[in-house]
Design a protein around this ligand. Sequence first.
Ligand code: NZQ
Ligand code: ZN
Length: 387
Amino acid sequence: MLNFELYNPVKLIFGKGEIEKLSTLIPKESKVLVAYGGGSIFKNGIYDQVKTALQGFDVVEFGGIEANPYYETLMKAVDIIREQKIDFILAVGGGSVIDGVKFISAAVHFQGNPMDILHQRILFKEGADVVPFGTVLTLPATGSEMNSGSVISIKATQEKRDFGGSAMFPKFSICDPTVIASLPKRQLQNGVIDAYVHVLEQYLTYPHKGYLQDRIAESILQTLIEVGPQVVENPTDYTLASNFMWSCTMALNGLIQKGVPSDWATHMIGHELTALYNIDHARTLAIIGPNLFRVLFETKKEKLAQYGKRVFQLTGTEEEIARQAIEATVAFYHTMGMKTKISENAANIENTADFIVNRFEKRGWKALGERQNLTLDKLREIVELSY
Ligand code: NZQ
Ligand code: ZN
């Protein structure tokens, strides 16, 4: 096992009806910016619950944060916070709103061009001058409610970039599984697959003798396989909803990544498909992930075999199990409504590989993956296999 430090200060409040605790979590006398997305919270009653819980606070609202939130939109909230002397932000939404609020929090007091936060991937360490924030999660998927990462899109350059740091953890997050009742099936499917791939990116590397990390990762995968197909049909079932939500948080709150190698290349490539074609985040991962395993099979096959045996109970030679594990993964993605080719999700895609390879080359991303063996040639192969 590798050396590690574990730091996660998020106060996580989980369960039915917990939104009413908001007033006890936000410092008294705060002037609060409530940030939200395109308006789903008005239809499903979450806005009313938040508004009731915030009685007595001085509240300003900022809506319209898009899925795959735009820098350009978020900067409007930064201006409001500066002008109106707001001292706490409450994100009410899914990963996009929460990530957007992380960026807003970081940008308000940032000395310099806020775009550099993304292009230079500035690290905001504990103690950095950021605006404190909390979250009310409305969509289980990203784990953003309990991690310190953020992914922001830039309209002007058609990019999706990430940043973070230990100052970017929410002060608290309220996770009430009943909020998923109003999620469209597509978003429920996305949530299951995003979380599933988060686990795979921290698990499917090479054997490292981190036995407990592997077992926790496999448990999250098995739980998602068990509840995923059911929860998209029955999102009002509390048992399914709560297990789904907690699996998503556990998949990316930092725990399973400690002491083990990880490989975020599927996400990095997937972000380009969202930036280019506006394909939902999770759907880009379902397209790229299996092809990445195929192209990097030689260096991932031991872990693929372990995954095949323990998660899918496959039998055969190590090589056979490893290959079947990729097919079983694709089958699960299909069960969850994913279309695993770019051409099934977008049109006019013939220049995709050129575009992504050029972009990664310019950024100096020429050796990704847990063994730094994902070269630009392999990248091209992965993207072309995904057409
Ligand atoms: O905007 P509204 O109207 O609220 O509608 C949203 C949005 O259209 C809707 N929705 C959310 N909660 C709902 C609801 N509809 C009905 N009922 C509810 N309870 O769902 C749509 C998608 O929301 P979004 O927040 O975009 O989805 P998700 O949580 O999947 O977030 C995706 C974003 O997170 C980033 C992605 O790149 C993408 O930008 N990620 C963030 C990560 C992190 N911070 O750690 C890691 C991930 O890998 C990911 O990259
Ligand atoms: Zn993701």
